[in-house]
Design a protein around this ligand. Structure first.
Ligand code: SAM
Length: 339
């Protein structure tokens, strides 16, 4: 396995701020070469199922936050989720990601039943959960039911920023604690942050990189902040693909074995974002596997790109596109290749 390189603070400051195109291209190439060393030219796909947009949290950046009275709320039934998982398996997905707001009506029994049904039926299917901060017993129970991975972004490693983008009932330390606890249970854990979210700056993104060094997650998900018209942050500027791709490369070089998605947010902000993410060192794509009414109402930010390659029907097209750049989709659970 390649050694983990750690950048100094001054290297990070330089890489995140320089306008020297040659240096940036070198950064992308170094990250890309490293990804290929570990994962070859294979891109892992995860089928994202958006299970509910009810949420008890009030994150100021997020379009499905509890205070948004303008969106149409939905919650998938168990059968609807299982049907999407069946469909996903039939077209080649070997991981489904169940993501949703922190919906008080979706308890452990609900998830445990879905997880065990999917795992009983498909031995080579992995299940990733992305359902927010929960009680320890809940993480325990869902791991025992068969969940393999859990995504929980720290959002910002800078406590002051974290507290400015979340209401008082949330804190950074409980997210970090939850991640560490889940790691101890044997989950593959994923963390990450929004790039250029309100109140962040180069210095706070360097703190994000360092927190990830400390947590050592198997998955790292980052995407640009994109404003949502019905949130408190509606007038803040969107993040950029330029900084997001540099950060992907830096994170790849520091975490050679990590599973790093080229995110929907990156593809929303930049029409070639998906490929730019791959060319800067990402190795995972998460096509949307939700029923269309869920896709339409799971609006975390404005103008979410949900057509064409975002759809599972577009997998063949996605593979063709990747092949133009020397990559291909792997029909594989896509587990972490580190120790
Ligand atoms: N509720 C779960 C949680 O908090 O982990 C999962 C769903 S949450 C909506 C998934 C991710 O969406 C968050 O971790 C956040 O980084 C991202 N997100 C939310 N609003 C966003 C925005 N306006 N721009 C970009 N990303 C956003």
């Amino acid at each position: 396995m390649p050694q983990n390189y750690k950048f100094s603070d001054s290297e990070l400051l330089y890489l995140l701020t320089t306008n020297d195109k040659k240096e940036i291209d070198n950064l992308y190439k170094r990250a890309r070469d490293l990804t290929k060393k570990v994962y070859s030219n294979k891109i892992y796909i995860r089928g994202l199922i958006e299970i509910s947009n009810y949420c008890k949290q009030g994150c100021f950046y997020c379009g499905i936050n509890r205070d948004n009275r303008s969106i149409k709320r939905f919650r998938l039934t168990k059968d609807q989720i299982l049907r999407q998982a069946d469909f996903g398996y039939s077209v080649g997905f070997r991981t489904v990601v169940l993501q949703g707001g922190e919906d008080p009506l979706l308890g452990d029994d609900f998830f445990a039943e879905i997880i065990s049904k999917i795992k009983d039926k498909y031995k080579d299917m992995r299940i990733t959960l992305s359902i927010g901060v929960r009680e320890h017993e809940s993480y325990d129970r869902l791991r025992k039911a068969g969940a393999d991975r859990f995504l929980l972004r720290h959002e910002s490693a800078n406590e002051e920023v974290f507290n400015k983008i979340h209401p008082k009932d949330q804190n950074l330390s409980s997210r970090i604690e939850a991640l560490k606890y889940m790691k101890s249970l044997g989950y593959q854990i994923g963390t990450g942050f929004m790039v250029e979210a309100p109140y962040t700056c180069t210095k706070t993104h360097i703190e994000d990189i360092k927190l990830i060094r400390d947590i050592r997650p198997q998955m790292i998900g980052i995407g640009p902040f994109i404003s949502h018209k019905d949130t408190k942050f509606r007038n803040f500027k969107n993040g950029t693909s330029n900084l997001t791709t540099r950060l992907i490369s830096i994170l790849r070089i520091e975490n050679p074995n990590a599973l790093i998605p080229s995110t929907t947010a990156l593809n929303t902000i930049d029409e070639n974002g998906r490929i730019k993410g791959i060319l800067s060192g990402a190795n995972v794509i998460m096509p949307n596997l939700s029923p269309s009414f869920a896709k339409d109402n799971y609006t975390l930010y404005d103008n979410k790109k949900v057509t064409g390659l975002e759809s599972a029907f577009g997998l063949k097209k996605l593979d063709d596109l990747l092949k133009e750049y020397g990559y291909e989709i792997a029909i594989d659970p896509g587990d972490y290749k580190g120790e």
